[in-house]
Design a protein around this ligand. Structure first.
Ligand code: HMG
Ligand code: MG
Length: 300
């Protein structure tokens, strides 16, 4: 049982680059984003309007967002933590944003210097203003499967935060396995809780896996079989999270697309062009991209 269509949210330019040690020139980021759109990726998280003290790698957010040569039909989104971020995002022409909190208190404190309740209260005016302007709003719940500081997270806690975000007006949720500890069993348990609860349809839920322990694709397949059709991935497997030690490696877009195309999905994406996008960034990295498909393609 698989969904008939899958929405892929490409997070490489944001989640990927926020955690790479080096500062990538803005012009290279723009080429990367434009190549990803050319490959057929229709939702691209381009940058973050967060504090430049927190994430210096993305301090050129306004320049990036303003200068993308936009392809028709492609959504270029950005992370926004507060009203200041929203103002910067709107001024740069952003039409799709994501707010982000977590299922664990300690991670939320380290990541955005707030409790979960404070983060939700901070989002209220951000979401209200965004929605009044017709801006699409996604909400991330990090540490949905485990926290670097607290360990295991109760699925009930994830559902609790999910309800709060939906109540604030978020249209789509992304459940983040920030440190890459999830296994298919945990995915089944968490999604079953949402299914039993019945108040948030799975059509509104995306999954965001990090491949730290090699379980990301198994988790994706499990989520697809349970009815999830929104999947986040990062070209080349770039990234992680600076506030989640050991979180190196998002699920790679190339590896995801290879799996999906084998299942008869994501036919409109040109895998060779995704590899070409990763190749634009690769020379600037301090390591080889972790995507297995990318490495296999390069070895040929
Ligand atoms: P704070 O220190 O509590 O905020 O940080 P503040 O309001 O006291 O401001 C401190 C300074 O930041 C001030 O500057 C503000 O002006 C500035 P100063 O006067 O010291 O020069 N500032 C800003 N500047 C630009 N844009 C803004 C902004 N806001 C404040 N929007 C804050 C709180 C939330 C701002 C900070 O902690 C922050 O930016 N955190 C972002 C952390 C982050 O980006 N983490 C990674 C993204 S989450 C993730 O990767 C997980 C995910 O992939 C899913 C998963 O894998 O689980 C989504
Ligand atoms: Mg992430």
């Amino acid at each position: 049982n698989l969904p008939v269509a899958v929405k892929i949210v490409e997070v490489g330019p944001r989640d990927g680059l926020q955690n790479e040690q080096i500062q990538i020139p803005t012009a290279i980021k723009l080429r990367f984003i434009e190549q990803l759109a050319d490959a057929g990726l229709s939702v691209i998280e381009a940058t973050s309007f967060v504090s430049p003290h927190a994430i210096p790698q993305l301090s050129d957010a306004s320049e990036v967002m303003q200068n993308i040569q936009r392809k028709a039909g492609v959504e270029y989104s950005a992370l926004v933590p507060n009203l200041k971020g929203l103002e910067r995002a709107l001024a740069a022409g952003t039409r799709s944003i994501a707010v982000f909190t977590a299922a664990s208190e300690s991670f939320t404190r380290h990541n955005i210097n707030a409790s979960i309740a404070e983060s939700l209260a901070n989002f209220r005016p951000v979401i209200e203003r965004a929605r009044a302007d017709g801006i699409a709003v996604r909400g991330y719940i990090s540490t949905a499967f485990g926290c670097p500081y607290e360990g295991a997270i109760a699925p009930q806690q994830v559902l609790h935060v999910a309800h709060a975000l939906i109540e604030l007006g978020v249209e789509e949720l992304s459940l983040g396995d920030t440190i890459g500890v999830a296994t298919p069993r945990a995915v089944i348990d968490l999604l079953n809780l949402f299914l039993d609860d019945q108040s948030i349809p799975l059509e509104q839920i995306g999954v965001h896996f990090h491949d730290t322990r090699g379980t990301a694709l198994a988790n994706v397949l499990t989520a697809l079989q349970m009815g999830v059709s929104i999947i986040d991935s990062s070209a080349g497997g770039l990234g992680g999270c600076p506030y989640a030690p050991g979180a190196a490696g998002n699920l790679a877009t190339e590896d995801l697309i290879y799996l999906l195309q084998g299942l008869g999905l994501a036919a409109t994406i040109d895998l060779a062009k995704v590899v070409a996008a990763t190749s634009i960034i690769a020379p600037y990295l301090t390591h080889e991209p972790t995507s297995k498909y990318y490495r296999a393609a390069k070895a040929q």
